[in-house]
Design a protein around this ligand. Structure first.
Ligand SMILES: [Cu+2]
Length: 299
């Protein structure tokens, strides 16, 4: 019995290990394209690699450090409302540290560990940048500048930073904290999960009556579209076509918009604005026509 239980326990302990996904190290596959830019065939890359040039103001390398940073969805689970994160949000090193970063992307999407604000004479666009599609690992080295400064580290893939993949790296004492670092600093634009539809519409200054009218017009247009489709299918024609009703609904919405735009203005102001709008419209059409004609005309 004891033997049976211990085999069971062993199996339970081992199974997550064998299920863990293999992380391939892409660093050995990198090809040097010069200027600290290294790439491999599957798109993994290191930019701003610098293993030996001292930044101005550094007499020597103060320390040699190596860190492993993990990136992935699972690291965001402890931060409400976030989707992606690094496992470390705050890093601190001495000025002039030679730093090697092992970046482990555990997701099946692309992630970056991108550091900004470095001296541009040494790092292209002031960046040091590791990037790889996961699950995979990639490593790169840079030499940190002297002085106290806080550097932004993030993933620049669309929305990944906004969704939490953001950290700060302080050299020396740093020069302050950056906003919206998960678990470190407050969100620059906090989400409000308490606001219901009424509050959202109130903020947009749309009245209840206007919403009801617009919804009724849309429902009417939809109903008529269906009715006219059925009429067409059965071979007969409807007097009030779907297009007519859609036009009616759109006019109603336009009327609401114009009503708001011209609220409190006298007739002369309204006429001036309408003239401005039509002038813009004519200019647009003229430009469009000239662009269409230009390629046809000889030089
Ligand atoms: Cu990312």
């Amino acid at each position: 019995m004891v033997k049976f239980i211990s085999v069971g326990l062993l199996a339970i302990l081992i199974s997550p290990l064998s299920m863990a996904e293999e992380i391939e190290d892409h660093t050995q596959l990198l090809m040097d394209h010069g200027d600290g830019h290294l790439m491999e065939m599957s798109g993994g890359m290191v930019m701003g690699q610098n293993t030996e040039t001292l930044p101005g103001g550094c007499d020597s390398i103060s320390e040699t450090k190596e860190i492993t940073v993990h990136a992935g969805h699972k690291f965001a689970e402890k931060f409400p409302g976030r989707m992606y994160a690094f496992d470390t949000q705050e890093l601190n090193f001495k000025p002039c540290t030679k730093l090697t970063v092992h970046f482990v992307n555990e997701d099946h999407v692309r992630h970056q560990w991108m550091m900004h604000g470095l001296p541009k004479y040494l790092y292209p666009k002031g960046m040091f940048h590791l990037e790889v599609t996961g699950p995979a690992k990639i490593s790169g080295t840079l030499i940190l500048p002297p002085g106290d400064k806080t550097y932004l580290v993030h993933c620049d893939i669309a929305q990944h930073m906004e969704k939490g993949m953001k950290a700060q790296l302080k050299v020396g004492n740093g020069d302050g904290d950056l906003p919206s670092i998960p678990g470190v600093t407050a969100l620059a634009n906090p989400d409000d999960y308490n606001a219901g539809a009424a509050e959202v519409f109130a903020a947009a200054k749309v009245t209840e009556t206007e919403i009801v009218a617009a919804n009724e017009a849309i429902a009417l247009a939809e109903a008529n579209r269906k009715a006219s489709k059925m009429a067409v299918e059965s071979g007969s024609d409807s007097f009030m076509s779907g297009t007519t009703i859609t036009g009616f609904a759109l006019s109603l919405l336009l009327a609401i918009f114009l009503g708001k735009r011209f609220k409190g203005m006298d007739l002369s102001d309204v006429v001036v604005i309408l003239f401005e709008w039509s002038a813009k419209g004519i200019k647009f059409v003229a430009k469009l026509l000239s662009n269409l004609i230009k390629p046809i005309l000889p030089n």
